[in-house]
Design a protein around this ligand. Structure first.
Ligand code: PA5
Length: 473
């Protein structure tokens, strides 16, 4: 049982010193009055979000407390223990990125390469693309008798996911027969709507619901993320406990006490001050895919057409994923000397779970000898601090979110904080953070080009798009 002290030592923190005018100067830093202005708006927004939640309009906020759903996920995972060598998730966008982010963070860094006895479950493959070379190669390698597929689609009609499903189902039937193939397929989709639900019923697949009103990018704490994670040995109860802890902090109506609200306020204030680029740069290999997950959450939620009276305007910050220290040798030159149009979120980790000493050698060689006697951990931390310092020196505002360690409990806090940050940012920007009409338009065009019934008009329109040979070289 976690004590209060051990819980508080596992809390993630937000340090925003380096984005203030005191640190980076008045031209590029936030003045207290700017934060005061948002602080005055915060109680009202907090109340609005709380009311929406109470009225069932923000169901993602309650996902950390769905005990029955967690019990059914864990029961399913337990029942499958030892039966499969591989779990393959078929899904895209919000149906895939949360699982990838948490698994990369919490599982062994080379999980799929571990021997069966050392792995906490089957290997995990999340297939979020329709590249025939890659998908075909995976299918060639898999033993379909020992592979469990999880098809995830809220709408139950996304062309990419349905294509993957059709290919894998056929291969399963060829290998196992029509009746038995159903034992190796699970479907996660809307409780009622969409084409996948009746297909699952007809084929006799085990199913889990994507909760009503929870969009893909907010679904990591539902069966969408929890089932594949539980099957592959991630401690989902601790993940949800972390999310619940952060929920406590996110109920706080005072801006300066609420990390999600404060982080959103900083992001949007800078967006409005001509810094539309939002870089997330984890100093941890394990957190690299959190930046990818965040990129989708931020982009799909906030990149919108906003009505301003009779006018329409296109708004939204551009999220950019980077990786410390790798991108210090790729992007930091631009970040320091290129346009000052970015706000940086560095992710730091205090305890990497193991320490790697650097052997002492070549003491007389100035450029090498100084490293000996330190640890690789010290080097990583020094580089994170060095980047924060270098950014400050060139007046680039940055904040740091620190995780005491990377584990289910801290990652649960981080992801939940980012989700609430997105809700608050949506309110500040006066847009609907929960729809994605721009994605739907692309989906319709794909249906049309692939010959789906009822989309002939759209096909005509696409075909009418002019392409002159003159401009192709
Ligand atoms: O976050 C979202 O809503 C999207 O990224 C969806 O997850 C993605 O488009 C896949 O949609 P679906 O789950 O309906 O197949």
């Amino acid at each position: 049982m976690a004590t209060r002290k051990s819980v508080s030592s596992q809390r993630i923190t937000l340090d925003y010193n380096n984005c203030l005018a005191e640190a980076v100067g008045k031209e590029h830093g936030l003045r207290p009055t700017e934060l005061d202005r948002i602080e005055r708006l915060t109680p009202k927004i907090a109340e609005k979000l709380a009311t929406q939640r109470k009225n069932g309009k923000l169901p993602y906020r309650d996902l950390p407390y769905q005990d029955d759903m967690v019990a059914s996920v864990l029961a399913s995972a337990r029942a499958k223990q030892g039966q499969f060598d591989n779990v393959v998730v078929l899904g895209i966008g919000g149906s895939a990125l949360g699982t990838i982010a948490v698994h990369t963070a919490c599982a062994h860094p080379f999980y799929n390469l571990l021997a069966d006895k050392d792995r906490k479950g089957p290997r995990l493959f999340v297939m979020d693309n329709v590249d025939a070379a890659q998908f075909g190669a995976l299918a060639d390698m898999l033993d379909f008798r020992r592979t469990l597929f999880i098809t995830i689609s809220k709408s139950g009609s996304t062309a990419e996911t349905m294509t993957q499903f059709l290919i894998c189902r056929q291969k399963q039937i060829d290998t196992l027969g029509q009746k038995k193939h159903a034992e190796n397929m699970i479907v996660i989709t809307d409780r009622e709507k969409g084409y996948l639900r009746p297909i699952a019923q007809q084929e006799g697949y085990e199913t889990f619901p994507v909760p009503d009103g929870v969009g893909g990018r907010f679904s990591v704490f539902s069966a969408v993320g929890l089932l594949p994670l539980a099957l592959t040995g991630v401690d989902i109860k601790n993940l949800l406990a972390g999310a619940a802890l952060m929920d406590g902090s996110c109920k706080e109506p005072r801006l300066r006490r609420n990390p999600a609200f404060m982080s959103a306020a900083i992001q949007i204030l800078f967006y409005n001050r001509k810094k539309p680029m939002s870089v997330m740069m984890p100093y941890s290999q394990a957190l690299r895919d959190v930046a990818d997950w965040y990129r989708q959450l931020w982009a799909e939620s906030l990149g919108k057409v906003r009505k301003a009276g009779s006018r329409e305007e296109n708004v939204g910050p551009t999220p950019i994923k980077a990786l410390g220290v790798t991108d210090q040798h790729s992007q930091v030159q631009l970040y320091r000397e290129g346009p000052n149009d970015k706000i940086f979120t560095l992710l730091g980790v205090e305890n990497f779970g193991r320490e790697l000493p650097i052997p002492e050698a070549f003491e007389d060689v100035a450029g090498v000898g100084y490293l000996g006697g330190h640890t690789m951990n010290e080097l990583m931390e020094a580089e994170r601090r060095a980047t924060a310092y270098a950014l400050v020196k060139s007046q680039r505002p940055n904040v740091t979110i620190s995780l005491p360690a990377v584990n289910e409990f801290t990652v649960g806090q981080l992801l939940y904080m980012m989700e609430v940050q997105t809700s608050f940012a949506g309110e500040l920007m006066k847009i609907n953070a929960y729809d994605q009409p721009g994605v739907e338009e692309g989906k319709v065009a794909t249906y049309a080009l692939m010959g789906r019934k009822g989309f002939a008009e759209a096909k005509k329109e696409i075909k009418a798009l002019k392409s002159s040979k003159k401009f192709i070289i």
